[in-house]
Ligand binder design. Structure first.
Ligand code: 5RP
Length: 225
């Protein structure tokens, strides 16, 4: 099976976690896009969704799914999103699509995080994928120096020759060379550096379940215990 077919498989499998009658939290990325396509088939059975990015909002609306502002709704039953890396405890690196801040907000607002990913995303130790960090624009050089002190090399993410601007109007650093063995402590530490908006380690907002697309089908990994 191709990677795209695996993404379709897990996107469809995630439908069974959507609670009829309840608003669902929706992440961002190519895997989530498969989920959104599948969600279109049950749009009459849910009031709508809370979205983690402008791109996801556009896609949901195109399928006739109502998008609620996060402030309009209370706790969500489930949040469904992809990941750039996921380890054996359900800790993740996210933000390859630059939507990490809103993703973390909607994840925090949800009782359960269901991660959908193809098998290439499974790692032993987080850090192989360059770690995305959303930063206040004026702080990017300072934050990059702090990562250098930890042995990481931070590069400003570019788009069309200009620094990429997130949905929140900020910049992204991608940090190579890290080996994140204590994701909870690492996330807490980096999040309190001045100028950091959100670090792309999702340990405090880890996945409870991962639907992993493998050559033999969808594996359900449960991290709730
Ligand atoms: C976006 C994300 C995505 O979940 C992550 O980048 C995975 O994307 P894809 O499903 O396209 O591989 O964190 O900010």
């Amino acid at each position: 099976m191709t990677q795209d077919e695996l993404k379709t498989l897990v996107g469809q499998a995630a439908l069974r976690y959507v609670v009829p009658g309840e608003i669902v939290g929706v992440g961002t990325g190519s895997t989530v896009n498969k989920f959104i396509d599948a969600l279109g088939t049950m749009r009459d059975r849910i009031p709508g969704a809370v979205s983690s990015s402008e791109a996801t909002t556009e896609r949901l609306k195109a399928l006739g799914i109502r998008v609620f502002d996060a402030n309009e709704v209370g706790e969500l039953a489930v949040y469904i999103d992809g990941a750039d890396e996921i380890d054996g405890r359900g800790y993740m690196v996210k933000g390859g699509g630059a939507a990490l801040t809103r993703e973390k907000i909607v994840a925090a607002q949800s009782r359960r995080f269901v991660c959908i990913a193809d098998a290439s995303k499974r790692v032993e130790v987080l850090g192989r994928f360059p770690l995305p960090v959303e930063v206040i624009r004026m702080a990017s050089a300072h934050v990059a120096r702090r990562f250098a002190a930890l042995g990481g090399e931070a590069v400003l993410r570019m788009k069309d020759g200009q620094p990429l601007v997130t949905d929140n109007g900020q910049h992204i650093l991608d940090v190579r060379g890290l080996s994140i063995r204590e994701p909870l402590a690492f996330e807490s530490e980096v999040n309190q550096w001045p100028g950091v908006v959100t670090v792309g380690v999702f340990a405090h907002q880890k996945a409870q379940v991962c639907l992993l697309g493998t050559a033999t089908g969808v594996e359900t990994l449960d991290y709730a215990g």
